[in-house]
Write a protein that binds this ligand. Structure first.
Ligand code: ATP
Length: 265
């Protein structure tokens, strides 16, 4: 069974100046001490939003004491205003960022769709990139040939597929990157909202491909500013504010509350 568990998990963006290292140690020591108090005994204080300071050093507390449990069958949408911590949480789950503050336990094979062009070698052709990717994820020759056909049909680049990726427009590179990234069938899928990039025709194809992929995964965690997409794809919404979980519950109820708050603003 796939699962994700976060307990009292926090993440600060490091700034290597001043006393940042000892500041981080203070946060580790005092992670269970509430930062909502105006000032802690070690001098760590919240300046405003998710910005915290100690003496002359200021840092961003991007994730602040998150406790969250996600099980098989759940499709989670992360919502919140810019800077709420959605992308940081996805990157922490993907293992890109690590933090000593609190615990993060993941059971199941993870695949992250974060950047459509990550892992693409611009000096290789699109086709060479596809083959290289197939080898990297351990496919045999037949499976690599199937992957090549699949991505070629999806990307619709014609003769460009045999030219170096550095000659592609950004939309063309996204098509190949997207086709590749959505080929594996992981247990846990993490998805940032870049998948809406590209032209209109591509968006429809991309959504269709993603819908098929999502049907295969046990857990989905995604971010999007598109509430209709979150309503149709997610079973549960985690609404974040300044690095914290503000509300967590069934998709329609939380999105209704979010929309109501936006209407008031
Ligand atoms: N590389 C970084 N270095 C320092 N601070 C960062 C970095 N990346 C993000 N932050 C800060 O961390 C906080 C959370 O950012 P994050 O990108 O996770 O938010 P988000 O909810 O995904 O926002 P958006 O909807 O705009 O993408 C913000 O205050 C942001 O300024």
């Amino acid at each position: 069974m796939a699962s994700i568990r976060l307990s009292d998990y926090s993440l600060v963006y490091p700034m290597f100046h001043g006393s940042a290292r000892s500041f981080k140690k203070s946060l580790v020591r005092g992670v269970r001490q509430s930062l909502s108090a105006s000032q802690r005994s070690d001098g760590v204080q919240r300046v405003g939003g998710n910005i915290v300071s100690q003496a002359d050093t200021t840092m961003v507390l991007a994730l602040d004491s998150l406790t969250l449990s996600i099980g098989s069958g759940e499709r989670i949408g992360l919502i919140g205003h810019n800077g709420a911590g959605k992308s940081t949480l996805l990157r922490a789950l993907a293992g890109i960022y690590e933090s000593p503050l609190g615990t993060l336990a993941i059971d199941g094979e993870i695949h992250a769709l974060l950047d459509p062009q990550s892992g693409m070698n611009p000096d290789l052709t699109g086709r060479e990139n596809i083959r290289q990717y197939g080898q990297m994820i351990g496919l045999d020759r037949k499976a690599i040939a199937r992957l090549e056909q699949d991505v070629e049909a999806f990307a619709e680049l014609g003769a460009f597929l045999d030219l170096p990726v550095r000659l592609y427009s950004s939309g063309m590179a996204i098509r190949v990157g997207f086709g590749l990234a959505t080929a594996p069938r992981p247990e846990i899928l993490l998805m940032d909202e870049w998948f809406m990039a590209g032209d209109h025709h591509f968006q429809d194809k991309a959504r269709e491909r993603l819908t098929r992929l999502i049907e295969h995964v046990r857990i989905l965690v995604m971010t999007s500013h598109s509430l209709p997409i979150l309503r149709s794809w997610c079973t549960r919404i985690v609404w974040m504010k300044s690095g914290r979980i503000h509300q967590d519950g069934p998709a329609d109820a939380i999105i209704d509350a979010y929309e109501a708050e936006q209407g008031q603003a």
